[in-house]
Ligand binder design. Structure first.
Ligand SMILES: Nc1ncnc2c1ncn2[C@@H]1O[C@H](COP(=O)(O)OP(=O)(O)OP(=O)(O)O)[C@@H](O)[C@H]1O
Length: 565
């Protein structure tokens, strides 16, 4: 690199050098020295591979072919046992080994011709009067990662090169390495990642993620919606954001919305999120989830009321948060409100009543421009993303483009330049529903993703599992004896929160299984209007006239602290 840093005269003038006569043995010693230097370099660069080769050769010389076969069988056996005992670490090691092999056998082997013929190596003329030659400088591979779907090379740029130059050659590199796709990502200054996609992990429907198991969402900033092209999970940030999903008819917008609703199920059940759903297409798509939704509207006047109420909640919340916090934190008494609109163009473009249209536009504009910080977020789907149909497009920080009818629509949804960066939504085949590209404000290049597909049975299961009892009832799993000292596990903190938020007393001396605690308010037996499957039809509610519209999560895991003594 030192030689191409600009301080060398370029090009050097072809000139005839003076001939110097040297003895032959000097030449031989020089060549041997050069060979030894190269060998040393190989040992230093690949100590593991060279070490393994030396040991294997020594082993073969000691034991012969039979010994080598026995060693291979032993390695296979140990690997099998390792895979059975600890799959995760085995997979990591296997992918590392496979990656090293691919790096040496495929990527390094073709690297020089590939970069030279794609114009990504630098050639400086070094001819003299006897020979025509060039000094060649090649970009260095500085890192490598391999997974099932993608192999990535970290490359150090040569002086004068930009990531854009590499992006222009991505298609050529893809053909050199016989990859399904090649993309260029920026790394730190002077470095890029070259991603070679081998398999398409999105060519089959993606099963819904586990939302209530140990791998469930760890917050409203990482909601699992589907899978990314590199095989990782597609996690959507919802808190402090608005989400737009655009796609032609039948492109799978419903699967994005239902995957999101499903991912929000546990938070809805815990009272941290309220879903306010508008389905201007007559309620057919969303009606199945009505039990899970805090509000559901499907005709224009009631949608306008719903949006007005959302604006009022947003403004009163903003008044409360002013000077206190810059972003609302959802709590049981004060949840995140998710206003979900299927086909938002039906509220902005296709309304014939002018007053209603003005009202809807005003509410949507206010929610989109001011709702993020006070915790009133909008998730909207649209078929036609043109400005005439959706004037608020640019107010959505997270945008998902599924299959679109025209290439021009890609930049309208994902932002200028997205199409050139590889988001070819018009080329997504119709049978890959739910597949598209997602772009986030300030989040770099669009990422190819596919939403999971919750079928009708899975949607029903979600609704049954997470839908709340009707407002006005605080359902409790077991009868609770009044003023009783209870041993055993602690009460669910969510219940304490609900009660505290409603000004209904508090729990004393909670923590520690050995301690005793006191439930310090009176209870009365009451009918529970609607409870989850498996819950008793009657429960106990705090004996108070204050309205209660919270509800408690499943307490089964807390054992039976409520049993009467
Ligand atoms: N993620 C997905 N994986 C597999 N199949 C899907 C997926 N999403 C949708 N489908 C299939 O595509 C069909 C159409 O999907 P969907 O109704 O969600 O499209 P849409 O974009 O909402 O259409 P419209 O705008 O007409 O309502 C579904 O009935 C389903 O069979």
């Amino acid at each position: 690199m030192r030689r191409i840093n600009g301080d060398r005269r370029f090009p050097s003038l072809p000139a005839r050098h003076d001939k110097i006569r040297i003895p032959l043995w000097w030449v031989v010693v020089g060549m041997l020295g050069r060979l030894a230097g190269r060998c040393l370099l190989v040992v230093l660069r690949h100590p593991v591979a060279v070490g393994a080769l030396v040991i294997l050769t020594a082993f073969y010389r000691q034991t012969g072919l039979l010994g080598l076969g026995a060693l291979a069988a032993f390695v296979v056996l140990v690997s099998g046992a390792w895979r059975l005992a600890h799959r995760a670490s085995f997979d990591r090691a296997a992918w590392w080994t496979w990656g090293r092999l691919r790096l040496v056998a495929v990527y390094r082997r073709k690297w020089r011709p590939a970069t030279l013929h794609c114009g990504l190596a630098i050639q400086i003329p070094a001819s003299n009067a006897e020979t025509v030659s060039f000094d060649e400088y090649f970009p260095r591979i500085r890192g490598f990662r391999a997974s099932v779907a993608v192999e990535s090379l970290r490359v150090e740029l040569l002086p004068g090169q930009t990531p854009e130059q590499w992006a222009e050659q991505a298609e050529a590199l893809r053909h050199v390495y016989r990859a399904r796709a090649c993309r260029v990502r920026c790394d730190q200054v002077g470095f890029i990642w070259l991603d070679f996609y081998r398999r398409d992990p999105l060519d089959r429907p993606v099963p819904p993620a586990d939302v209530d198991g140990p791998d469930g969402p760890d917050g409203l900033d990482h909601l699992p919606i589907g899978r990314r092209e590199d095989g990782g999970p597609w996690l959507l940030p919802l808190r402090g954001s608005h989400v737009l999903v655009a796609g032609a008819t039948g492109s799978g917008k419903g699967s994005v919305l239902w995957s999101l609703i499903r991912a929000l199920g546990p938070a809805v059940a815990a009272g941290l999120v309220e879903l306010w759903v508008c389905d201007p297409k007559g309620g057919m798509e969303m009606a199945a989830g009505a039990r899970l939704f805090a509000r559901f509207a499907y005709d224009l006047p009631s949608i306008a009321d719903l949006l007005d109420d959302a604006v009022a909640r947003m403004q009163s919340r903003a008044d409360g948060l002013r000077g206190v916090a810059r972003l609302h934190t959802p709590t049981v008494g004060d949840p995140l409100i998710v206003v979900l609109v299927d086909e938002i163009a039906a509220l902005t473009a296709y309304v014939t009543d002018r007053d209603l249209k003005r009202r809807l536009s005003a509410s949507l504009g206010l929610l989109l421009s001011q709702g993020r910080a006070p915790g009133v977020v909008v998730v909207a789907a649209v078929q036609d993303p043109r400005k005439e149909t959706l004037p608020f497009r640019d107010l959505f920080p997270v945008r998902v483009a599924l299959r679109l009818v025209e290439a021009e629509q890609v930049d309208l949804v994902l932002g200028a330049g997205a199409h050139d960066k590889g988001a070819r939504c018009q080329d997504i085949p119709p049978n890959l529903q739910g597949t598209g590209y997602v772009a986030e404000d300030g989040g770099g290049d669009p990422v190819r993703v596919r939403a999971s597909w919750p079928d009708d049975a899975e949607i029903r299961r979600t609704i049954d599992r997470y839908s709340a009892p009707a407002a006005g009832a605080l359902a409790v799993l077991r009868p609770v004896p009044p003023r009783l000292e209870l041993p055993g596990p602690t009460i669910a903190p969510e219940i304490a929160d609900i009660l505290r938020a409603r000004g209904m007393g508090h729990l004393l001396g909670l923590d520690g299984p050995a301690r005793r605690r006191r439930v310090a308010w009176p209870w009365r037996k009451a009918e529970v209007p609607r409870s989850r499957p498996g819950w008793p039809a009657a429960g106990w509610v705090p004996d108070t006239d204050r309205p209660v519209d919270g509800w408690v999560p499943d307490l089964a895991e807390y054992g039976d602290p409520w049993a009467e003594k």
